[in-house]
Design a protein around this ligand. Structure first.
Ligand code: CP
Ligand code: NVA
Length: 306
């Protein structure tokens, strides 16, 4: 049987997401009632980190443990991966010892090469291009807070980075609209975002226009991991792309605000927004745990009926 990986949001179809969101809700409810659910007893997750992380590491490690399995943390600093062992060789070895692998790395091409040589499912825990686990949790959070996302409008203000690209893929898979505003020179690259076309998003030069009538306003750091050398230029270019209270007032009255975190108050978001009543960032962060447990269950056990 063909091994199923989760390397980009579009690797799954609408029906897969329907199943994942249903299981996320079921798993979350049981967890909140302190009910034991150990479907992954004796299964092992290998987590490879080439970049730093708080949420992704913690949610995968705690999540695997809560499902009855074990998670092993590997970083490039203390494994042979950091000393030039070929990705293909590492994939062969790791996937003979573990049941599922999560990787956070730089180029998407690295995770694609790993997956091509892996006997077990590979999950993208963030690359320069995509962050599918984040948007899995974000879409679930929207549904939990406001219901179906289909036909709604999500406004993205800021860098057209990995998180933005993944939102754009989600818009195509789940059929909603994206309004994107980036500074000049930082616009969406549809090929890099892995999009089928441009039907599900509109680019705005004015961020205030992008958020008009949006159901969800979201943003992310001006400088992502791996792009630190561009920090000064980015600070200058992104100065007017801060989500502030005026922007939130232009969105729908019941609009919510999300941020994948970590956030920089006073840069991409004003403190009054991220710490304000429309912000759901803590629920969003928590849902990484529940959504990824559903993802692990789905990749290892297939469609489980609740
Ligand atoms: N949002 C997110 O992926 O956070 P970490 O970098 O802390 O994992
Ligand atoms: N775009 C950010 C997301 C961090 C979770 C980065 O890649 O650094």
């Amino acid at each position: 049987m063909q091994v199923r990986h989760y390397l980009q949001f579009k690797d799954f179809a609408r029906e897969d997401y329907a199943q994942l969101f249903e299981r996320t809700r079921w798993i979350k409810e049981r967890f909140k009632r302190y009910e034991r659910y150990w479907p992954l007893a004796d299964r092992t997750l290998a987590m490879i980190f080439e970049k730093q992380s708080t949420r992704t590491r913690l949610s995968f490690e705690a999540g695997m443990h809560q499902l009855g399995g074990t998670a092993i943390f590997l970083s490039t600093r203390d494994s042979q991966l950091g000393r030039g062992e070929p990705v293909e060789d590492s994939a062969q070895v790791i996937s003979r010892m573990c049941d599922v692998v999560m990787i956070r790395t730089f180029e998407q091409a690295v995770i694609e090469r790993f997956a091509a040589h892996s006997r077990v499912p590979v999950i993208n825990g963030l690359t320069n291009e995509y962050h599918p686990c984040q948007i899995l949790a974000d879409v679930y959070t929207f549904i939990e807070q406001r219901g179906e996302l289909r036909g709604r409008t999500v406004a993205w203000v800021g860098d057209s980075n990995n998180v933005c690209n993944t939102w754009l893929q989600a818009a195509e898979v789940l059929d909603f609209n994206m309004h994107v505003s980036t500074p000049p020179g930082y616009e969406v690259d549809p090929a890099r975002a892995g999009l089928r076309g441009t039907a599900h998003y509109t680019q705005f030069s004015d961020p205030q226009e992008a958020v008009r009538s949006a159901d969800l306003v979201t943003t992310d750091v001006w400088t992502s991991m791996g792009f630190e050398a561009e920090d000064d230029a980015r600070r200058a270019a992104f100065r007017d792309w801060q989500v502030d209270a005026k922007m939130m007032r232009a969105a729908k009255p019941d609009a919510i605000f999300m941020h994948c975190l970590p956030a920089h108050r006073g840069e991409e978001v004003a403190a009054e927004v991220i710490d304000g009543p429309q912000s759901v960032v803590w629920e969003e962060a928590e849902n990484r745990l529940h959504a990824q447990k559903a993802l692990l269950e789905y990749l290892l056990l297939g469609k489980v009926e609740g």
